[in-house]
Each structure stands twice: as C-alpha cells, then as structure tokens.
Design a protein around this ligand. Structure first.
Ligand SMILES: C[S@@+](CC[C@H](N)C(=O)[O-])C[C@H]1O[C@@H](n2cnc3c(N)ncnc32)[C@H](O)[C@@H]1O
Length: 308
C-alpha cells in the first residue's frame, strides 16, 4: 500500500469517527435545546395554537369534526341536560358540541373560544341557538359568579389551558348538582407522530425554534384524579383510541395540520426551515410506520362526566 492510500484511509477513518461523534452528540444537543426552550421565559404556545386554529378554521369541520364527532356526541349524551338549563361550552371551536347541547336546552348555549377564525365558523353553523364569545377559557371562567351554570363542557381543548385550574373554576361556577363533561386527547395521543417529529428535529436540533407547552392529561385515571382534586365527583371516566389511515408521510402531515392535531407544531421550526423539517418528518414517518401502503394515525383520548 502506498503512503498516499494510507493517508486517504486515515482521512476516511477520522471523518467517520467525527461523523459518529456528531451523531452521538445530537440527542444531547436536542436535549439541551429542548430544556433551554422549556425553561425559557418566553412561551408562545397560546399564540401559536390560536394562529393554527385561525388558519384551519374553514376546513376544520370536514377534517376533524366529521371524523371525531361521535366521541363528542357520546359525551353530550352522557350528560343529563334539560330544557332551559344554562350551559357553557368551553373551547367550543366551530360549535359542534354547542349545537348538540342547544338541541337539548332549547335556549342559548354559550360557547367560548380564543380563535376568531373558529368562532366565525361557529356563528355561521349555529346562528340561532348559540352565542359565541372570544375569550381565553380560564380568564372567562374567573369573571363568572359562583354557582351560575347548570352544565359546563370542554371538548378537545382542556390540555391547551391549565386543566386543574380550569376544573377548579368549573366547580366554582357550577350550581350544586351541576355537571361537568370533558373529552380530550391524552398526552400520548399521536405518540408515533411525536416520536417521528422528535427524530426529525434530532437530526438538526438548531432548527427547533419553538416548543409547545401543552398540558394534556395522561389518561382517564389522571382525569379522575384532577376532577377529585377540583372538588367534583366523577360519575364516569373513560378512554380509547380512534385511528385513520393515509397513504404517505406527506398526506399524514397535511391531515394533521388541517385537523389542528398538530396545532402549534407547525411553528416549531422557523418559516425558512419548516419545509425541510416537515419533509424529513414525513420520510421518517414512512420509514417507521408505512405498511402495505398505509400509515395509521392514532388519536388516544379520555373523557369524563362529574357532578358538583
Ligand atoms: C380541537 S379544537 C376543539 C373544538 C370543538 N370543541 C370541537 O369539539 O370540535 C380546540 C379549540 O380550543 C381552542 N382553544 C385552545 N386554547 C384555548 C384557550 N386557552 N381558551 C379558549 N379557547 C382555546 C382552539 O381555538 C380550538 O378552537
């Protein structure tokens, strides 16, 4: 072997070792980046979630409500809602639950949401039977008098706020014997998607710009405990999963973005980098989960009914 080819071989080895070291350093860099963002004072989660829902509001009923509405109506049917009762529907979105409740009360249901886009759809969907207000749910509850509502519902939005604080406020505003109904994603909903997006960012941790600080609950036991801690009496708690199939990673991401399931996540990378990160995210999704031309997206949910 010539001296030149030894040198080339050495260069290749050194390059491989450096590459390997860089690869090993990535999870560490990702951890440092994530912790830095987690503990940073700046928290843009609420702003980004609102921006996402404003953007998707027009197509939301087609992509999300059509697919998940049976779980929402299951919750509403478990509640004993009577004509004339005063009901608040927190995180009402486009108003699907509010509309169902109004069929039972026959009078105005109050829906609260902080996305103007979603509220615009809600007002179009239920112009007669519901009233919709733009507010943060926790702020809205705090200014209500004690014992002023018969029923309070929160469908698919509790984890965007501060669940225990919201439940304590719900308990305060409910009349004695009043009911609370919750249905929401668990923190493990879309677990596979979360793993793949983390892997995509792990390859380039510097591109992670914003971290979503959500507080989705772990499961039905967690909901039961939070209801008890809030001073409510759980009558029923449940959990389950619902999935749909798409044919590619790109389609999965398009669907997640359109349903709000990735609300806020789309702003995790800076605008200039997001196409690249999403492309890689789609590739990883396919590598890990595409089987026989199908990729399953699994939503894991929890629900509960409690009484004051
Ligand atoms: C998944 S959607 C659910 C909408 C509707 N409840 C449904 O069942 O289709 C979540 C909704 O929560 C709203 N939201 C998120 N955080 C909120 C907050 N802090 N205060 C009020 N609304 C909020 C969003 O704007 C969005 O409309």
């Amino acid at each position: 072997m010539t001296k030149e080819s030894w040198n080339n071989l050495d260069n290749l080895r050194i390059r491989a070792i450096i590459q390997d070291m860089n690869f090993r350093k990535r999870p560490f860099k990702m951890l440092v980046r994530t912790l830095g963002l987690f503990f940073s004072k700046e928290n843009r989660t609420e702003e980004m979630v609102r921006k996402s829902y404003d953007r998707i509001s027009v197509g939301y009923d087609e992509t999300w409500t059509r697919h998940m509405r049976d779980l929402t109506s299951d919750l509403i049917n478990k509640l004993d809602i009577r004509p004339g009762e005063k009901v608040l529907d927190l995180t009402c979105g486009t108003g699907y639950a509010s509309g169902l409740i109004a069929e039972k009360t026959g009078v105005n249901v109050i829906g609260i949401d902080n996305s103007e886009g979603m509220l615009q759809q809600a007002r179009q969907n239920y112009p007669e039977t519901c009233e919709f207000f733009h507010a943060d749910i926790l702020g809205y509850l705090k200014q209500l008098p004690d014992e002023s509502a018969d029923v309070v519902t929160c469908c698919w939005g509790l984890g965007y706020s501060k669940p225990l604080k919201v439940l304590r406020q719900i308990k305060r505003v409910l009349k004695k014997g009043g009911q609370c109904g919750i249905v929401d994603n668990t923190i493990f909903s879309l677990r596979e998607v979360m793993v793949c997006s983390t892997l995509a960012f792990m390859e380039q941790p510097d591109k992670l710009e914003n971290l979503m600080k959500f507080r989705f609950l772990m499961g039905k036991r967690h909901l039961w405990t939070w209801l008890r801690l809030a001073g409510l009496k759980p009558l029923d708690v449940w959990g389950g999963s619902k999935s749909y199939k798409v044919e590619s990673g790109i389609k999965a991401i398009e669907r997640l973005r359109a349903t709000g399931a990735a609300a806020g996540f789309e702003y995790a990378a800076a605008d200039a980098d997001s196409d690249e990160v999403f492309r890689r995210f789609a590739e990883i999704l396919e590598q890990k989960y595409l089987h026989d031309g199908n990729l399953s997206i699994i939503h894991r949910y929890l629900g509960g009914v409690a009484v004051k």
